[in-house]
Design a protein around this ligand. Structure first.
Ligand SMILES: C[S@@+](CC[C@H](N)C(=O)[O-])C[C@H]1O[C@@H](n2cnc3c(N)ncnc32)[C@H](O)[C@@H]1O
Length: 442
């Protein structure tokens, strides 16, 4: 079973990787001492966790005592979470509430945080805001050159991301321009695109999900993010991610605190991790600005258009029955290659359906969904297509490789973004080469 395999992999990785056993260098700078003092005085409970620097992940939280499974790691009371409600109840929030059209909950949150940053020491949140990162490695901070170093199929997504940030800024600037007489002019001047980009990344890379108990969450519905569910949680948001961390995280309505409990043990002086979700490195880079050196969720997407452009010349069209089966089972989704399994199950089933002749399909259409072998002829055709498909995807990486080599030769000091982009390309190329090897050996 997949879960069994994953647990096994988790244990092995935990044992082997110095990623998990590295001792951190404690941070003693005055801003951090002030932050932890402020947090404690205001009810945040973090036991023996302290800020520290780690070679592989940068700043994170280190435990100064051994942690066992089920230990409560951190607890942040709701009044110490920064949410759109915090923003609404603030002085600027009340002022903005009178202006029309009303700002969305998330836009209000951006404005509130930047306003608190602008207020500097006058803000209650100053100890927190002053220790937030100054810049990020998410798409908004990528230059054009750095975007072109990414895998080709990811470049468009990065550009869309940047456009979203630019459009949101434009929307807010227009709102300010409309209501300039009601606002503090110095704050409006402070609200530059650079500051907005910063706050956008603060909210989107560091928020936890805070359920709105007046809404569906009360009925125990699955968590779906809306503009209203973003919450910044001081101290807790210093916890870094790994794919193998096992934690229980969420809002405890009984004591009104956001809590994190570890389900894995940690040795004294090592970093405590949480799990942001089962994300591959593309998603981690897009949403959080980092990648893992090894990531059990890593995949390389294969475009539906590429699959069809490859198989269609060998076919005389696709029957309505085949189309229906593909669409009912959403076989054109999740087309990708993973490190461990090569081409995904959906991709294989899709290719098998396409490879069957119509008579066999009428007879055996249900067998294809169970993954049974459909005879030598179909399997050979499918293997041939898989090989061609992976080779075609690899081509785009090989073309990029030439550009990368030229870039590496002309630059000794690569930027962090450039390094991330090149590492991602390299990892994805490895996944594809492994998958190709698997097909050749099968
Ligand atoms: C919630 S914050 C965690 C604390 C953060 N490292 C800090 O110094 O404030 C999320 C950010 O931490 C960084 N991060 C989290 N997990 C990481 C990891 N495994 N390796 C490198 N950076 C990581 C990324 O920059 C991400 O956007």
């Amino acid at each position: 079973m997949a879960t069994k395999g994953r647990t096994g992999r988790r244990r092995k990785r935990k044992k082997n990787g110095n990623y998990y056993n590295e001792h951190g260098r404690a941070i003693y700078e005055p801003e951090y001492i002030a932050l932890f003092k402020w947090a404690k005085e205001n009810g945040i409970s973090f036991g023996k966790l302290r800020p520290a620097c780690f070679t592989q992940t940068g700043r994170g939280l280190m435990t100064c005592k051994k942690l066992r499974s089920d230990d409560l790691v951190i607890s942040v009371p709701s009044h110490m979470l920064i949410t759109s409600k915090t923003a609404e109840q603030s002085h600027i929030g009340k002022k903005l509430a009178k202006l029309k059209p009303a700002l969305s909950a998330k836009n209000l949150l951006y404005v509130f945080i930047l306003h608190e940053k602008y207020r500097e020491k006058r803000s209650f949140w100053y100890p927190y805001i002053t220790t937030l990162p100054r810049y990020f490695n998410t798409p908004a901070y990528f230059s054009e050159k750095e975007i072109y170093a990414l895998p080709v199929s990811l470049q468009q997504e990065f550009m869309c991301h940047i456009l979203t940030v630019q459009e949101t800024y434009k929307e807010l600037k227009e709102f300010f321009a409309r209501h300039i007489s009601a606002l503090d002019k110095n704050f409006v001047e402070f609200f530059t695109f650079e500051e907005f980009k910063w706050v956008w990344c603060v909210v989107n890379t560091r928020s936890v999900y805070k359920p709105d108990i007046t809404n569906t969450d009360k009925a125990g519905m699955a968590a779906t993010w809306t503009d209203d569910n973003y919450a910044l949680a001081p101290i807790l948001d210093l916890l870094n991610h790994t794919d193998v961390a096992e934690v229980q995280a969420g809002f405890n309505q009984e004591n009104d605190c956001y809590e994190i409990r570890t389900l894995s043990g940690y040795n004294k002086s090592t970093q405590v991790f949480i799990n942001y979700g089962p994300h591959d490195n593309r998603k981690l880079l897009m949403e959080y600005g980092f990648i893992l050196p090894k990531n059990m969720h890593n995949t390389v997407p294969v475009s539906k258009d590429l699959v069809f452009s490859l198989v269609m010349p060998e076919m005389r069209g696709i029957s309505q029955r085949k189309r229906e089966l593909m669409s009912c089972n959403q076989l054109d989704k999740d087309l990708c290659c993973s490190e461990e399994n090569g081409l995904s199950w959906s991709s294989l089933v899709l290719l098998r359906i396409l490879a069957m002749d119509e008579d066999n399909f009428k007879k055996d259409w249900d067998r294809v969904l169970t993954g049974e072998s459909l005879g030598k002829e179909v399997e050979l055709r499918v293997s041939h297509w898989i090989k061609c498909l992976i080779e075609r995807v690899l081509q785009s990486y090989q073309e990029a490789d030439k550009g990368i080599a030229a870039h590496l030769m002309s630059h000794n000091n690569l930027s962090v973004n450039m390094r991330l982009a090149l590492q991602l390309q390299y990892q994805e190329k490895q996944i594809l080469e492994n998958a190709l090897q698997m097909v050749k050996l099968s």
